[in-house]
Structure formats: structure tokens, C-alpha cells
Design a protein around this ligand. Structure first.
Ligand SMILES: [Zn+2]
Length: 127
């Protein structure tokens, strides 16, 4: 999503990192599947220990990916990033009206929910 039109008329823009009105979520029912990314990382670690690192990377990603000579840390980050993408949905809060837009099933289709109070603006920017 790069732009999303809120029912209030405001345009929600998603064109950079660290957006204070953006968040992501994972469905609770997907937690066990999501956490199995640890199995993928353990498998990669085993491949390193048995001298099969390059074969593992080619099989998991591609020969082209291996060609960029990723460090072990980069490989692990890319495994987690790809895994996260499968399970992550995006949410945005309209800065004008406070509505929350929630992505349905990683589909780039959003449903809007309007808060009952006026104190909810900036809900994704609270530290
Ligand atoms: Zn709005």
C-alpha cells in the first residue's frame, strides 16, 4: 500500500520507514506457525556446522541470492523478514479522524474502524 483513502477524505500515505501512524499485527492463531521460523534458523545453523551453508542458501533462497555473498546475520535477517511478511498484516491510523485501517489477510484490502473516543490519536506512536 502506498496510499489509502480514509472514509473521512484524508489520504493515508505509506511511502517511507518509521511512520508513526503505522503498525503491523500477527493473528494469534498463527503464533505457532510464526514461531517455527526458529526451526528454519536452526536448520541454517546446522548447515553451517556441517559445511552445507552454500547449498542451504541456494535451496532456501536462490543461486542469485548466494551470489551477493550474504553474511550469516544477513541470511538470518532475510529468513525472518520473509517469514514475517507471510504472517504480517498492516494497520494505519488516520491522522485526521483517528480511524484504524486494518489489512485483511495480507491482501492490501483494508477495513476501517472508528474509535469511540477522541483520545486515541497517535495510538501507534506511544512508546
Ligand atoms: Zn480519517
Amino acid at each position: 500500500m502506498s496510499k489509502l483513502r480514509c472514509p473521512c477524505g484524508h489520504t493515508i500515505v505509506d511511502q517511507r520507514d518509521n511512520i508513526p501512524y503505522k503498525a503491523s499485527y500477527r493473528k494469534d492463531k498463527d503464533l505457532e506457525s510464526y514461531m517455527s521460523v526458529a526451526d528454519e534458523i536452526a536448520d541454517f545453523q546446522k548447515a553451517i556446522e556441517t559445511g552445507e551453508r552454500e547449498e542451504w542458501i541456494k535451496k532456501y533462497f536462490s543461486e542469485d541470492y548466494l551470489g551477493i555473498h550474504p553474511s550469516n546475520l544477513e541470511v538470518i535477517r532475510d529468513v525472518i523478514s520473509g517469514w514475517d511478511f507471510q504472517y504480517r498484516g498492516e494497520m494505519f491510523q488516520c491522522e485526521k479522524c483517528g480511524r484504524i485501517a486494518i489489512e485483511k489477510d495480507n491482501s492490501n484490502v483494508f477495513s476501517f474502524f472508528k474509535p469511540d473516543d477522541n483520545d486515541s490519536n497517535g495510538i501507534f506512536d506511544i512508546s
